[in-house]
Ligand binder design. Structure first.
Ligand SMILES: Cc1ncc(C[n+]2csc(CCOP(=O)(O)OP(=O)(O)O)c2C)c(N)n1
Length: 574
């Protein structure tokens, strides 16, 4: 522990140096007049060698936030994002919602229109400096972020930066928001003195309560048909082997529902797919592991006699206004150590004969499921328009074990064979569309040596502001493969409508409103316009070769590629 001192000229210079010293590598930004002191400070850092995060321009705020999200989710580090005052914040809020629900730590910052009308350095000098001011700029996202604050002066700089980063990192992690008035950033400062490393660290993750784990072990050991449903256990890669070991040892089947991370390898003997409905209906004990929505209660619920345990860093999802899943035991704690402990506790309580009988039953279910999936793939391999199952399978065949797949919509995981923790990321439970392309670019930034594939619906691709995304890929040298599952519609909206009105007028209409997306541009040419490889694929037989051509462009030529795959829109009602 030591005090360090750096010569600076302004608060902005000190701020950027401190971010870099605290491990913030990248500064994703979309600028405005509020940025003048920041731009000046970055230029002087470059000239003098003073530490500063690397500036990463994004020509839309949603892109800046989703790139930061992807970078944080793969690297585990906290990025900074800065946007232009109130209006930039407004554009970035969808990204903040996505990050908040997924517990992704981001130091989200924005300028503040100058506070003073004249006098101070940085005071108002442009027409927009009046109209962009709000009474409470942070009020737009106070419900979303873990903490918000406005930097008032140089004296509090170290405390503010350290508190922001510590709160963003403390589990459950999430974005924090800091506004930075222009006069404060421009204020003169000769030197910054700070502790290095920081003396204000994030809190360690809580360990599950021992008594509660004993009770949970009793429930799981006594059950005939226990079930584990998880969504995000794999956010912590250490939880994956812990879950695998527990599930295998006691023959407890695992369903990954709406997964955002890989929590169990696809070839694990207890992995029973992605739809919990039939198993939930028969379970007499359910372990809801890092899962906000373990089943859809309007369709299925565990039987009344079933005992339900929720385990995770925030097992009650405190920021969700309504979430009424039955819960007989809620245990707050990190999944990995809790699963290890739970395994030890179950071992002394369980009946081995019962476990082996269940193992045999799960094997039969697993074989049936695998057969069902194989059957669909075989049936669809030559069908036009291309079926998402066949496309998902073809991606799995070429991608390799180490690839990172970032999915926003149509990929069908059961056809993908994911095995490694950290190889799959799905969109946030907030489902703010337009995340996937930027998140894949951020993932590539965090892991430049790995192949990154974005699998997007045509709707998700359009929401992502694709021209901005392809620009960022080229500019920042982040070659990724984008595969658009192009069904020319918002199928999720169609399925929701059919779900509510199965025999209604919209179901009978050839042209219901707000579902079909006609006259779509040639997406492959949008990518090509940014120097990438682009191809439209309509023939299912051509898909493997087209994927190889696109991957060749990404891995050998080091340029981005996009396959615009003309797909069908399967599935009935949601
Ligand atoms: C920002 C935002 N706006 C609107 C929606 C509502 N929405 C959910 S799914 C969807 C359509 C997605 O279309 P696409 O990516 O093509 O996938 P598909 O449904 O066709 O499989 C829409 C518009 C949303 N989730 N987020």
């Amino acid at each position: 522990m030591a005090q360090k001192a750096l010569k600076v000229a302004t608060v902005a210079e000190a701020y950027l140096a401190l971010l870099a010293e605290r491990g913030v590598e990248y500064f994703f930004a979309n600028a405005g007049t509020d940025f003048a002191p920041i731009i000046e400070a970055l230029a002087s850092a470059e000239a003098t060698g003073r530490p500063a995060p690397k500036p990463m321009i994004a020509v839309h705020e949603n892109l800046a936030m989703s790139m930061a999200h992807g970078y944080a989710m793969v690297s585990g580090k906290v990025p900074a994002v800065m946007v232009h005052v109130s209006v930039g914040t407004a554009n970035a809020i969808c990204g903040a919602l996505n990050a908040a629900r997924e517990n992704v730590p981001i130091l989200f910052t924005a300028g503040r229109t100058p506070l003073t009308e004249e006098g101070l350095k940085g005071a108002r000098d442009a027409y927009i400096h009046w109209g962009q001011e709000m009474y409470d700029q942070a009020g737009m996202l106070r419900e979303i972020v873990k903490w918000d604050y406005e930097l008032r002066n140089a004296a509090q700089l170290e405390t503010v930066v350290d508190r922001a980063l510590a709160l963003a990192r403390s589990g459950p992690a999430g974005p924090v928001y800091l506004s930075l008035p222009r006069e404060v950033l421009a204020a003169p400062l000769e030197e910054i003195r700070y502790e290095q490393p920081t003396r204000r660290v994030a809190s360690a993750d809580p360990r599950a309560n021992e008594t509660a784990l004993v009770e949970a072990s009793g429930i799981l050991a006594a059950a005939e048909n226990p079930l584990i449903v998880t969504t995000s256990a794999g956010r912590d890669p250490a939880a994956v082997p812990a879950l695998a070991a527990l599930a295998e040892r006691f023959a407890i089947p695992v369903v990954q529902f709406s997964p955002r991370h890989l929590s169990l390898p696809c070839d694990h003997p207890m992995q029973l797919g992605f739809n919990p409905a039939s198993l939930v209906a028969q379970a007499d004990a359910v372990l809801v592991l890092e899962s906000d929505v373990p089943w859809i209660p309007s369709r299925v619920s565990p039987p009344a006699h079933a005992r339900v345990i929720h385990l995770g860093l925030d097992p009650l999802f405190e920021r969700y206004p309504i979430r009424g899943f039955l819960c007989d035991l809620a245990i707050a704690g990190s999944a990995a150590p809790a699963l290890h402990e739970l395994a030890g506790l179950i071992a002394s309580r369980t009946d081995p004969n019962r476990v082996e009988a269940r193992r045999a039953r799960v094997q039969v279910l697993r074989a049936a499921l695998a057969g069902e999936w194989r059957g669909l793939r075989d049936k669809m391999r030559a069908v036009r328009p291309i079926h998402p199952a066949w496309l998902s399978h073809c991606i799995a065949e070429v991608k390799g074990e180490d690839a990172i797949v970032v999915n926003e919509y149509t990929l069908m995981q059961e056809h993908c064979g994911f095995r490694r923790p950290g190889s799959f990321f799905g969109s946030s439970s907030a489902s703010g569309l337009g995340w996937g392309l930027g998140a894949a670019l951020g993932a590539k930034l965090a892991s430049p040596e790995r192949l990154v594939i974005a699998t997007l619906g045509d709707g998700a691709y359009l929401f992502a502001n694709p021209v901005a995304g392809h620009h960022a890929s080229r500019l920042h040298k982040l070659p990724i493969l984008t595969v658009v599952f192009n069904n020319s519609m918002w199928n999720a909206v169609r399925r929701a409508t059919l779900g509510m009105y199965p025999d209604g007028a919209a179901a009978k209409s050839n042209h219901p409103a707000f579902i079909q997306l006609e006259e779509l541009p040639a997406f492959e040419r949008v990518c090509a316009a940014a120097g990438g490889y682009g191809e439209c694929v309509e023939d299912p037989a051509e898909l493997p070769a087209a994927l190889k051509r696109a991957l060749d462009a990404v891995t050998r030529e080091r340029r981005q590629a996009l396959l615009n795959v003309v797909c069908q829109a399967p599935g009935g009602a949601i």
